[in-house]
Design a binder for this molecule. Structure first.
Ligand code: FAD
Length: 420
């Protein structure tokens, strides 16, 4: 069996940034395995701009952003295999993959980086009554059809769910000549970024109906209309609020799920909240030498943070291969409380964080003029006011090595939202 220092599963922005960082940290024997016919991941179908403001201080399209990292990998001659599906990862880091040239093959990796991205929540999970006619697409599928394949799914569109891909597709379909009648969102707040609501809906006069859902789909062969209704606090439709919209297309943008079938079969522990692996400060899973980053770890709002996080995974995987990372000696638990849904990482070893550690999290509701507080056991060590904190936007706090060294007996770090 061929031995490889680091095998990276997925050649999207996370896989690429991890590969570049691992290489720059001294490990040259790297292999990226990508099931698609090109590197770049889902960004290849995101032809709108707005990527890279943090990383490159420029506004790039998705393919341009991906290209920056593809070039960095090419400059370092980092090997990759395209059209290669990883089928299995074992607990002892044997990676089984398949492609047309090599057939089925196995690699013994010293470290594995999981960078498989995420997928869209399918309609089947949504329980909308009615037939199953043609004309219903996930927003990502429609994005691929329009931006890569050159097909328009339809002309009269209703969008269910206000995640970022749905918002982006409302604008794209409008620019391509379709009439987008409305975006209906079950929750009382949007799941997308504020900037996307402004630039993709408000600028095009597309209404966003919060606390609304689709309650009926009409059409047997092809969708002809949908009925939406307002929902109450229990998320159940309120009788008498129904409105019917004729349409030939219904796009679903109802959330993303980390792509973790491989992680599960490898024995990686998953978080019930994020659906991604539970990791420590080194972005290492419960299986030593298996690291995770990007959307397979938790769904990010901006790809810039994916790249930043993935670089950290690449760096720590390289240190693991060099034998510089042993099993954690100490484990401080990070707790999400008071509106905070989860934290990544969920444990840390204070001796392994170096100068600083970025802890990322999301909240479960909209908070205005609230504080993000950090507690070391019972002592509040940070308390920062924010004008708005919303579920659609990822938040972060930075912990420093100095703070941790001043609390040698620390057991638990709690991150919570407080009113004052
Ligand atoms: C449909 C869709 C549209 C999006 N649009 C936007 C947007 O407009 N703006 C934005 O900021 N973010 C968008 N995102 C979020 C975007 O996914 C992230 O910003 C970023 O692309 C995540 O990088 P990643 O490398 O973690 O995942 P991805 O870009 O998804 O890359 C993961 C890669 O892993 C590969 N892979 C998965 N499983 C295997 C396997 N078993 N074997 C081999 N390879 C495998 C995939 O083919 C893919 O290339 C979108 C996400 C989706 C799903």
């Amino acid at each position: 069996m061929k031995q490889v220092d680091i095998v990276i599963v997925g050649g999207g922005p996370a896989g690429l940034a991890a590969a570049v960082a691992a290489y720059d940290n001294g490990i040259k024997d790297i292999l990226i395995l990508e099931r698609d016919e090109q590197l770049g991941g889902i960004l290849n179908q995101c032809i709108h701009n707005g990527f890279g403001l943090h990383t490159f201080k420029e506004e790039l399209t998705g393919p341009e952003y991906a290209d920056r990292f593809i070039r960095q990998a090419a400059q370092r001659s980092i090997p990759y295999k395209l059209n290669t599906m990883v089928m299995d990862i074992s607990r002892d880091r044997v990676v089984t993959a398949m492609n047309r040239e090599d057939g089925m093959f196995q690699l013994q990796a010293k470290a594995v980086i999981l960078a498989m991205g995420c997928r869209e929540r399918p309609r089947g999970a949504l329980n909308i009554p009615g037939y199953r006619p043609a004309g219903i697409f996930s927003a990502g599928t429609a994005q691929r059809l329009v931006n890569i394949e050159g097909y328009m799914p339809g002309k009269e569109v209703v969008i269910l769910g206000s995640g970022d891909i749905g918002l982006i597709m409302a604008r794209r379909m409008t620019l391509e000549g379709a009439k987008v009648k409305l975006v209906a969102e079950l929750m009382p707040y949007s799941g997308g970024l504020k900037r996307n609501i402004v630039q993709c809906l408000d600028d095009f006069g597309i209404p966003l109906r919060l606390s609304h859902t689709v309650v009926e789909i009409e059409g047997k062969e092809h969708i002809t209309a949908v009925t939406i209704a307002e929902v109450g606090a229990d998320r159940k439709p309120i009788k008498g609020t129904e409105e019917r919209y004729t349409c030939d297309t219904l796009l679903l943008s109802c959330g993303l799920i980390p792509e973790n079938e491989l992680s599960t079969s490898a024995g990686v522990t998953l978080s019930p909240v994020t659906g991604g692996p539970v990791v420590n400060e080194s972005l290492e899973t419960n299986i030593q030498g298996v690291f995770a980053c990007g959307n397979v770890l938790h769904v990010h709002d901006l790809v810039d943070y994916v790249s930043e996080e993935a670089a950290k995974a690449g760096e720590t995987a390289a240190r693991f291969v060099r034998g510089e990372i042993a099993a954690p000696a100490k484990s401080v638990v990070l707790k999400a409380e008071g509106g905070v849904r989860y934290t990544v990482p969920s444990t840390l070893d204070p001796d392994r964080i170096g100068d600083k550690l970025t802890v990322r999290f999301r909240v479960g509701d909209v908070y205005k003029d609230a504080f993000v507080s950090v507690y070391f056991d019972d002592e509040r060590i940070a308390h920062k006011k924010k004008r708005v904190i919303a579920p659609g936007e990822m938040e972060q706090v930075v912990l420093t090595g100095k703070q941790l060294s001043e609390h040698p007996d620390l057991q638990t770090i709690t991150i919570k939202i407080e009113g004052e």
